[in-house]
Design a protein around this ligand. Sequence first.
Ligand SMILES: NC(=O)c1ccc[n+]([C@@H]2O[C@H](COP(=O)([O-])OP(=O)(O)OC[C@H]3O[C@@H](n4cnc5c(N)ncnc54)[C@H](OP(=O)(O)O)[C@@H]3O)[C@@H](O)[C@H]2O)c1
Length: 331
Amino acid sequence: MNKVILLNKRPHGKPVLSDFKIINEEVPTAKDGEVLLKTLFVSVDPYLRGRMNDAKSYAPPFELNKPMQSGIIAEVIESKHGDFKKGDFVSGMLGWKEYQTSNGQYLQKVDGSDTKLSSYLGILGMTGLTAYLGLTEIGMPKKGETLVVSGAGGAVGTVVGQIGKILGCKVVGITGSDEKVALLKSTFKFDQAINYKTTTDIKEAVKSACPEGVDIYFDNVGGEISDAVLANINKYARLPVCGAISLYNETKVPLGPRLQPILLTKSATMRGFIIGDFSEKFPAALKQLTSWLKDDKITFSETIVEGFDHIPQAFLDLFEGKNQGKMIVKI
Ligand SMILES: NC(=O)c1ccc[n+]([C@@H]2O[C@H](COP(=O)([O-])OP(=O)(O)OC[C@H]3O[C@@H](n4cnc5c(N)ncnc54)[C@H](OP(=O)(O)O)[C@@H]3O)[C@@H](O)[C@H]2O)c1
């Protein structure tokens, strides 16, 4: 049989396990022009929360009683498609299913001989591209500037900080545990890191970590953490708005400080960033990331959860900060 995970209910506020349903289906067979895929690794990502709402956004909502989807690495176990053979590994936006067929559209072959296959869901996938393009295209870092990254201990954040260091910035991370603070400074070479859960005054903590002010704020979380960073920005600061995880489960978005006077008086630029808008730059960005990885200039960490049935829980755990680096489910 073939296990499949459906969207069972649309969450109100924080998602819960009963918003998902696991069912059993027959394993499908590949028709002419199709491949049969076996799922190996599943990416769980904060943005999937938005797709569980019935609301228009940059990605269409998931349908009730239909399979959830995300970035997946799979093995071709049967091929009736000229471009793929049995044993190939592929990456694509696929359903939360143990087995599924595909006509090959949007599937990319991946090669696990030089790097872990799962890295195509992280540093060599959407995560790395988001970090690299969000920082370089909107953050536009210059040597000697101060870069602050929120969500710093997660998939995108750990990569942003390292790229900031490569490009000559002073890098300060904001994250949710002392363990992640230590990891940011040791493994990922951040200059400083702040635990937002134990710091009583984040605005003061940012001020003291950034005595020369903040030139770039790579925002993964929004909300009060971002309010505190915004109070410390320099003239001509750039603020790529990559994510707002602290607000994804809010039923009523809380009001923060009005941003216009801050942006105006600092001649600052705040810009929303959606990775799909930069697709023509993916090949060059991947080339750069691959080269840094090969030269040991950059590294990555993964939190691997095992077992198909645990995909929903791994997704929920993102909102509790249970991951370090990229959260991935190994099937
Ligand atoms: N715009 C785009 O194209 C794009 C693409 C990819 C990702 N994103 C966004 O980028 C952000 C990071 O994504 P990711 O895949 O790298 O996820 P991630 O950072 O690996 O995982 C989410 C992390 O968010 C933190 N978090 C959870 N609730 C929080 C809260 N209330 N306040 C502050 N931090 C909280 C947790 O770490 P702590 O322990 O630090 O709390 C958790 O580990 C997300 O907002 C995501 O939506 C955007």
